[in-house]
Design a protein around this ligand. Structure first.
Ligand code: F0G
Length: 441
């Protein structure tokens, strides 16, 4: 399903907008805010359904996704180095399965419903599988099998797939191996594939940007900063802004910053170092092929504590190049040290997030230091996943000394924990507990 039979590229959803009822202003969507009894109006994705008009209303599969918020954080703004009022955190961890994936999965589930799929599958670093599994367990329209790499998936995510009853295959390999297998299996068995190669997933993920605009009173920010893994999100964001601009619903597009983990930096290397640019769709495919040939030749594999984005071959690379073109984008890489420090700042100054999400704050900080983002720019960092998805990384960081990390972090190259909030061990004794409390002041 997801490929063009002529050129082999991933399919993209296109609309004949002139034949569709498009609102004349984004403010028109506000009329749905009061209709909380109607599931399609309550959904943070489908209340914008005129902007992803591929499904008849009665086929929509919604579980109340997208009740997420855009929050100011003075503490994180200070860490990033911009004005207190200019930094916004978009908490996608507040979705039903705890990550942004629910925005896309409601759209993929809806399409699966339209085509009458009885079995759906995905490969995942953990969040896609949790999301697909919760849609299957609640909507009960199809069964689900999820493919995960072995040993790489954070327990919070694995526990979700198991608890929601998804058949779970732990492939002895990494995410790229699992994705390659699931694509072949789905093709052979006619199973509905729910990875972001499925273009309907990206349609749903556009809604994250609609809600960001909504949160800003329909003003366009200067920057959107997002972690990059398989590049579905960044691709969807670019498509959202391209369409809104073409429809005359916004007058300018924000700039887009996609942040790789340094240990999983395919996009950074191709876009920033090797200058592979969209070029009206004629991007240099040879450079990309050579890059992958060398990667395989050297047996170079992605490695980062931000396991959600530990990906070698991002499947949406081409669409992401288009998004970077539309949004005058930049790509940066940040180390696991920077990711975990930024994550601790998000926890200390807000609702918290999982490691991969910390990359967006670390990336914004880097871009501010480089002078690419200025102090007065309005910056929105997308926090893609909930804090509780990966408690292992969080506890390891906070159990460390400022200058000497826990062994698991040390082995991964994270040497310091400057924002650690160590638990204190105290004897089971009233006076000793009182002594410790005195030290707190
Ligand atoms: N942040 C989190 C928390 C993720 O789970 C992912 C991707 C990303 C960022 C990257 O987003 O792929 O759109 O660039 N997780 C996928 C999964 C790969 O299987 O759950 P992307």
């Amino acid at each position: 399903m997801p490929h063009c039979s002529d050129c082999g590229s991933l399919l993209d959803v296109g609309y004949e907008w002139d034949r569709l009822p498009v609102p004349s202003s984004l403010r028109e969507f506000e009329a749905r805010w009061g209709l909380r009894n109607s599931p399609n109006d309550f959904s943070g994705v489908w209340r914008f359904r005129e902007l992803l008009p591929f499904a008849p209303e009665e086929k929509i599969v919604t579980i109340g996704e997208g009740q997420t918020i855009l929050q100011k954080s003075a503490a994180v703004a200070q860490y990033v180095g911009i004005d207190e009022k200019s930094l916004f955190l978009q908490y996608e961890g507040l979705n039903p399965s705890g990550s942004f994936k629910d925005n896309g999965m409601t759209a993929a589930s809806t399409h699966a419903n339209m085509v009458g799929a009885k079995l759906a599958a995905c490969a995942s670093t953990g969040n896609t599988s949790a999301s697909l599994a919760v849609f299957a367990s609640t909507a009960r329209l199809f069964d689900v099998v999820v493919f995960v790499g072995s040993g790489k998936i954070a327990y919070g995510k694995l526990s979700q797939a198991l608890d929601y009853g998804a058949k779970t295959l732990q492939i002895q390999g990494d995410f790229d191996d699992a994705l390659s297998q699931v694509r072949d299996v789905c093709k052979k068995r006619g199973i509905y594939l729910c990875n972001s190669v499925n273009p309907f997933r990206l349609e749903g993920q556009k809604a994250i940007m609609y809600r960001v605009l909504e949160g800003l009173g329909w003003d366009v920010p200067d920057w959107i900063v997002v972690p990059g893994g398989n590049l579905g999100n960044s691709s969807a964001f670019g498509k959202a802004f391209l369409e809104l601009k073409q429809l005359g619903l916004i007058d300018r597009v924000p700039r887009l910053a996609v942040i790789n983990a340094a240990g999983a930096n395919t996009l950074y290397r191709l876009y920033e170092q090797q200058q592979v640019k969209w070029n009206a769709g004629n991007f240099d495919r040879n450079v990309i092929e050579d890059f992958y040939t060398e990667m395989d030749g050297e047996n170079r594999r992605a490695r980062t504590l931000a396991t959600a984005i530990e990906i070698n071959r991002p499947v949406n690379l081409a669409k992401c190049l288009r998004a970077l073109d539309v949004c005058d984008g930049v790509v940066r890489q940040v180390s696991d040290q920077e990711i975990l420090d930024a994550k601790a700042q998000v926890g200390g100054g807000g609702f918290g997030c999982e490691p991969a999400s910390g990359a967006s704050v670390a990336g914004a900080r880097l871009l501010q230091r480089e002078g690419v983002i200025s102090k007065s720019d309005r910056v929105v960092c997308i926090l893609t996943g909930h804090q509780l998805k990966d408690p292992t990384a969080t506890v390891a960081y906070h159990s460390s000394d400022e200058n000497q990390t826990d062994e698991s972090l040390h082995l991964a190259g994270v040497e310091q924990a400057p924002y650690a909030n160590q638990p204190q061990v105290v004897e089971n004794d009233f006076e000793k507990i009182m002594d410790v409390l005195h030290q707190f002041g």
